[in-house]
Design a protein around this ligand. Structure first.
Ligand code: PEP
Length: 250
């Protein structure tokens, strides 16, 4: 727990990896190996795997979530997935605005806000992903980008949500933000949240770091006062590495 009472949160984003048999095998060894940990943990498999993963995690403290959500409840939206479908598949979380969706599918800040709204409406907790490109960082535009992305995604909403700060240049590249760089961004986001949703909600919201988090760098990142856990991509595909990262969180 942080001094403000925030329980660490660690998400495993499997992206477009794994088949059902591998996913079930992963969940068995993951749940057995995890034991008691301080952090809340959730897995984010791709949509076809959700029922199998939710089933394999049933009775364990590990939750699961979708990697995307459509703003509408149902309708003619081929290839999309709705909030009620995610809930029906056993989800309690959903990623909104992951940089790979912003890049591959042209998701705008406004659309990410609509997705977060839909999540809340259907009882899912949105994990809102934001972060700057390398060019934006080099042009000293990081804070401006974060302010725009978070402001538009939240639009003043005080409901429960979590934020993942994921500098795009660190995602899947093996290059991690230094603890100082990450804390600078997380501290900025905490202050921004206070302006957007008020001091109390800002102190309660969890801000995760994402971008090549691994067992070797997680402890010093987690030691920063405004880092409340991780969204992990590559290293979450191996249960042992993922467990090692989770154990760094208190
Ligand atoms: C991610 O996909 O959210 C992520 C942080 O990936 P990686 O850990 O592989 O950088």
């Amino acid at each position: 727990m942080s001094p403000d009472g925030r329980r660490p949160l660690v998400g495993g984003n499997w992206k477009m990896h794994m088949l059902r048999g591998e996913a079930e095998e992963y969940c068995r060894s993951f749940v057995t190996g995890l034991g008691d940990v301080a952090a809340e943990v959730a897995l984010f498999p791709s949509h076809p795997l959700l029922p199998a993963v939710a089933g394999a995690l049933a009775g364990s403290p590990v939750g699961c979530g979708g990697q995307d959500i459509h703003p509408e409840e149902k309708g003619a939206h081929t290839g999309d997935v709705s909030g009620p479908q995610l809930v029906d598949a056993g989800c309690s979380w959903v990623l909104c605005g992951h940089s790979e969706r912003r890049q591959d599918h042209g998701e705008s800040d406004e659309l990410v806000g609509q997705k977060a709204d839909a999540a809340i409406r259907h009882g899912l907790a949105p994990l809102i992903c934001i972060g700057e490109t390398l060019e934006e960082r080099q042009a000293n535009r990081t804070f401006e980008v974060l302010e725009r992305q978070l402001g538009r995604a939240l639009a003043g909403r005080p409901d429960p949500f979590a934020v993942a700060y994921e500098p795009i240049w660190a995602i899947g590249t093996g290059e991690t933000a230094t603890p100082e760089m990450a804390q600078e961004a997380h501290g900025f986001l905490r202050e921004l949240l206070a302006d957007l949703v008020g001091d109390e909600a800002a102190a309660a919201r969890r801000i995760l770091y994402g971008g090549s988090a691994k067992p070797g760098n997680a402890a010093e990142l987690f030691a920063q006062p405004d880092i409340d856990g991780f969204l992990v991509g590559g290293a979450s595909l191996d249960p042992e590495s993922f467990i090692a990262i989770i154990r760094c969180c208190g």
